[in-house]
Design a protein around this ligand. Structure first.
Ligand code: AMP
Length: 416
């Protein structure tokens, strides 16, 4: 075979699909508990949405987007993240006129041209939540609790929530001036990336992974010490509430988002089980984003979480994701007439929501038994010449090998 999947993508095969179904069902269950509604947006958007809604200084826009011109010459980008498309849909559909508050979630694939490695793909799947319309500190807490509940139900409890506040835009600008003042004496020792960021986005020097940069920024001024009283009080409320609710948090001054419209709380869920790509999910407030996209100013907070990484951590913890779906009963047919009858009975049972399987390879009795065993069905129903004549089949319970005669029209009852 000459074809291979594109680098950084994956096939999810039948042997693993139940894990995905499990996580997805947990997400649907938990979002319903929290009263979040699903929103689905297109797989691609006009590129300009991400340029404005994510920001040209970010890695996503700077180097990771799958962007192309379509046949009419419009610049199109495959969705690299969930927030900007949801904001676009929110504005375009005037959702705020329906209700002053919206709690939305998405579950969808994302595309980023990144260097593939464990836990990092070029196509990955995220679920994410957004709360729009309220600046209450409870909304930050609610989103963190939503993600936590999903992780917990997937058997993940060994994670912590790194958290920080980057305050209001004016507080941040004043802080950045102080940070630059501190960094300017060490400018030559910073990495090339950080030197560039010194001019374009100095805040992001704090989250550089470069050890040299980190030792320089270790003793840099901290943004939490430079917040106004209101922002500081808001952050304290978030921290107190999360502490009260026993969420494992760690204040981390390096957690910045480096974009003008981000405000106040930023957070990231990290797990040691993930290795270098240790983020299970991340998010923060973006009270300035909707105005940036041309809407009336509206507060918001959101997060996104990678499903692949949830699976990695859950599997490391030995989580079982429930069982793969399997048929309840396997029809074994000993001749053509029996096979025909089996098809008729199977159709009736399936209408009654009883999952059935039969042989589609014209196999011998023995091979059909082997197939039924392999599938792990609870019953086999055996049909031969005699059975067809009498309207009765042999129902065999695979767990104790007991066998009883069951009339065709009593089969659904016996299986129930
Ligand atoms: P971000 O928008 O970069 O904060 O990403 C949100 C979450 O999506 C991360 O915490 C990861 O769990 C996941 N994620 C982001 N990029 C990738 C990727 N390339 N491959 C797999 N998961 C990813």
């Amino acid at each position: 075979m000459n074809f291979r999947k594109p680098k950084g993508t994956k096939d999810i095969l039948p042997k693993d699909i139940h894990k995905w179904h499990y996580v997805e069902s947990v997400i649907r269950e938990v979002t319903a508990l929290f009263n979040f509604s699903e929103v689905r947006t297109p797989t691609f958007e006009y590129t300009e949405l991400f340029n404005r809604g994510v920001g040209s200084e970010t890695d996503i826009v700077g180097k990771e987007m799958y962007t192309f011109l379509d046949k009419s010459g419009d610049s199109i980008t495959l969705r690299p993240e969930g927030t900007a498309p949801v904001m676009r849909a929110f504005l375009e559909n005037s959702m705020l006129s329906d209700s002053p508050l919206h709690k939305l979630y998405y579950f969808t694939n994302m595309f980023r041209y990144e260097r593939p490695q464990a836990g990092r793909y070029r196509e990955h799947t995220q679920f994410g939540g957004e709360i729009l319309g309220s600046d209450s500190f409870y909304t930050d807490v609610e989103l963190i609790l939503l993600a936590k509940e999903v992780y917990n139900r997937c058997g993940i409890s060994n994670f912590k929530v790194k958290i920080n506040s980057i305050g209001k835009p004016d507080e941040r600008s004043a802080y950045i001036a102080k940070l630059k003042d501190y960094l300017k004496d060490n400018l030559n020792d910073l990495s090339e990336d950080s030197k560039r960021r010194f001019e374009t986005n100095a805040l992001r020097i704090l989250d550089s992974k470069n050890p040299g940069d980190r030792s320089i920024t270790d003793s840099a001024p901290k943004i939490l010490d430079h917040l106004g009283a209101e922002s500081k009080a808001r952050f304290d409320k978030v921290i107190n509430e999360l502490t009260k609710l026993s969420v494992n948090i760690e204040v981390d001054f390096r957690l910045v988002r480096g974009l003008d419209y981000y405000t106040d709380t930023t957070f990231e869920f990290v797990s040691e089980d993930l290795g270098s790509q240790d983020a299970l999910g991340g998010g923060g407030r973006y009270d300035g984003l909707i105005a940036q996209l041309g809407g009336k100013s509206c507060p918001g907070v959101g997060f996104g979480s990678g499903i692949e990484r949830i699976l990695i951590v859950a599997e490391k913890n030995g989580f079982t994701f429930g069982e793969a779906a399997k048929p309840l009963v396997y029809f074994i047919s000993l001749n053509d007439a029996a096979r025909d009858k089996a098809f008729e009975l199977i159709a009736q049972l399936r209408r009654k929501n009883i999952p059935c399987e039969t042989d589609l390879l014209n196999r011998s009795f023995k091979a059909q038994m082997r197939d039924a065993n392999k599938l792990g069905v609870k019953y086999v129903y055996i049909l031969g010449e005699d059975e067809i004549k009498k309207g009765i089949g042999q129902l065999k319970n695979m767990s104790d090998s007991s066998q009883t005669e069951v009339e065709f029209n009593k089969l659904a009852e016996s299986l129930a």
